[in-house]
Every structure is written in C-alpha cells, then in structure tokens.
Ligand binder design. Structure first.
Ligand code: FMN
Length: 314
C-alpha cells in the first residue's frame, strides 16, 4: 500500500504472521531512471522474502525493461503487476485500473513482463472491472492466465467505486472458478472470521489484507491461529498495543536515520493505530503534533496504563 507498506512496516507484518509481502506500487519510469524515491520504495530485508515488487505503467516495452532492471537491481522473489490503482494521476497515463478497459493492451503488458522477467514469476492485482456496467474480472483473469501470470489477486470493487461500498466476493468466487491459477481474494477482510468464511464460500487460494493491517497488524497472527487450531487469540492489551506502536516508530527512526522526519511520517500511521481507542479526539490531537519518540512514549505510558485500569486521561 502506497505510503504504508515500506520495509519497516512489512517486517512488522511478517513478524505477526503475514506469509507474502509486496512493495507499494513502483512506476516503471522510476525504476528506469533509478531515482532516489524509487530506491526508498524498493528497500527490503532478506527476512521479508518471499517479497514481490509491484510495478505499474502503461507501455509494454517500458514495463518489460523496468521488470528486467528491477530484477537485476534488487532481486525480488516475484513481480506483481498493478491493474487496480484507481488514482487519476496513474489512470490518465494508462496505468493501474486503466488497463481493465483495454484488454488487448493489458495482455501485451502481461506478456511482455512475463517474458522479460523469466524465470522470475509474475503475479497481478486487478479490480473486478472499471464500473458496475463493465465487470470483466473473469475475462481479465483468463487473459492474464494465458499470458503466463502465475497468481491473481482480485480486489472486489470496481475502479469507479474507489474504496466505497462493499467488495463483491461473488465476483471473486467466479474468478476463482474460471481460472486454474491460484486466486487471492481481497477486500474488507477485517478479522480471522472473515478469512475462514471467505475461504469456505469462494474457493480462493488465499486472502490479501490491506487497510485492516494498518490499524491492527495483529490480524495476521489471529488469522494464523484460526487457520492452525480454529481458535482466535484474545486481542492485544492496551499496553501491548502501545509497546508495538512505539517499536514501530523506533524502527522507522532507525531506518530513516532522522527522528523528526520519521515521526512526521508516522503521524498518519498513529491515527490508524489509535482508531477506536478510548480518549479519541484528544489523543489524536496530541498525536497529530508528536515530534519525538520520547514524547510518544509519554503518551503511550499514560494511555496504555489508564486503558488497562479503565480510565481515560484528560
Ligand atoms: C493507502 C492505500 C494505499 C494503497 N496502495 C496500493 C498499492 O500501492 N498497490 C495496490 O495494489 N493496492 C494498493 N491499495 C489497495 C489495497 O491493496 C487493497 O486492494 C484495498 O485497500 C482493499 O483491501 P482492504 O479492504 O483489505 O483494504 C492501497 C490502499 C490504500 C488504502
């Protein structure tokens, strides 16, 4: 997820039980120009493997060159093609979900990247269609399968929906039945129960988790426990949550080597972590200005303990 799943956060998700990780989307042009921002997106540790680099772009030749270049550059375990991004800046250059409206171009992109990446596997992420009058996920998935893509993640919304409404898992199930390659379902998974239900109902080979991990990365260990022994562990205590949040900030500071910049970049993440926590508005107000780890630790001490004994700090 753009702006979220950098190497620091991915490692935390992995430690919590995530199986397969992917970088945020990276433009083919950024790779070909080897700009500093792209280097930041591509940074990862060995412990994150198997790790995929997600690429976006709209020109088969450029994407194929970028695929080869990024494989030589950082040696990912697989490449993932983004055919789902709904953001206009990306779509107007024929990237992301724009290709859902142009299946011949989507096929050329997939074929070119599969050929250039060989023997590194290529996967793809799609949405169910451009809008509700043009739902074409089955067709898209078949084209991708024929093009040599090895796995497809399907976000059960259309481009027009953005992130609104609900993911349509009936369409995801149709895609899973339509192709032989594994299909990963994505959209609105909020807990281990959802995973058990979706797997039973839809025939997906796996699930992909987005937003829920931002506020509750424990979701991965809960799912793992539910799949392994049918029991979901109790949620982390407030003290455990705050410990994790502070550790995330500390790791971000270590990675960036600049406390002020790291804490600034963590502010939106702190908002996600504290969603639904007692003390809401006031806590979030303080977090929106937090400038150092020491300051965060003070807030954590106050809130972790007060939540444990059931009071809300003023
Ligand atoms: C902040 C944010 C950034 C995202 N960036 C990407 C991205 O770079 N690549 C991608 O394939 N999907 C991206 N997504 C979409 C998610 O991967 C996922 O498909 C979507 O949020 C639905 O899943 P969820 O309901 O589990 O969140 C992003 C979503 C959010 C909220």
């Amino acid at each position: 997820m753009a702006g979220v799943t950098n190497t620091v956060f991915r490692r935390l998700c992995k430690a919590k039980g995530a199986d397969v990780l992917t970088t945020e989307f990276v433009s083919a042009e950024g790779i070909l120009h080897r700009n500093a921002r792209t280097q930041y997106y591509l940074d990862f540790h060995e412990e994150e493997r198997p790790l995929g680099v997600q690429l976006f772009g709209g020109e088969p030749e450029r994407l194929a060159r970028a695929a080869r270049a990024v494989i030589d550059w950082v040696r990912p375990d697989f490449l993932d093609l983004n055919f789902g991004c709904p953001v206009n800046k990306v779509v107007c250059k024929n990237g992301g979900s724009a290709l859902l409206r142009d299946c011949p171009l989507l096929a050329r992109v997939a074929q070119a990247v599969v050929k250039a990446a060989d023997p590194v596997p290529v996967t793809a992420k799609i949405r169910i269609g451009w809008d509700r009058n043009s739902i074409n996920a089955e067709e898209t998935a078949r084209i991708l399968e024929e093009s040599g893509v090895r796995r497809i993640a399907v976000h059960g919304r259309t481009k027009e929906q953005g992130y609104s409404g609900e993911a349509d898992w009936a369409v995801i199930a149709q895609v899973a039945a339509a192709v032989k390659i594994p299909v990963i379902g994505n959209g609105d998974i909020a807990g281990a129960d959802d995973v058990l239900n979706r797997r039973r109902e839809t025939g997906v080979a796996g699930v992909m988790i987005g937003r829920a991990a931002m506020s509750h990365p424990w979701i991965f260990s809960e799912i793992r426990a539910a799949l392994e022994n049918g029991e979901i562990p109790p949620p982390p205590s407030p003290v455990e949550k705050w410990k994790f949040i502070c550790a995330h900030c500390a790791a971000e500071i270590a990675w960036r080597g600049d406390e002020i910049m790291a804490m600034r970049s963590m502010r939106s993440r702190l908002m996600a972590y504290t969603r639904g926590m007692p003390g809401g508005a006031r806590l979030r107000e303080r977090l929106s200005h937090v400038g150092s780890l020491a300051e965060l630790e003070d807030i954590a001490a106050l809130h972790g303990e007060s939540q444990t004994v059931g009071t809300i700090p003023a």
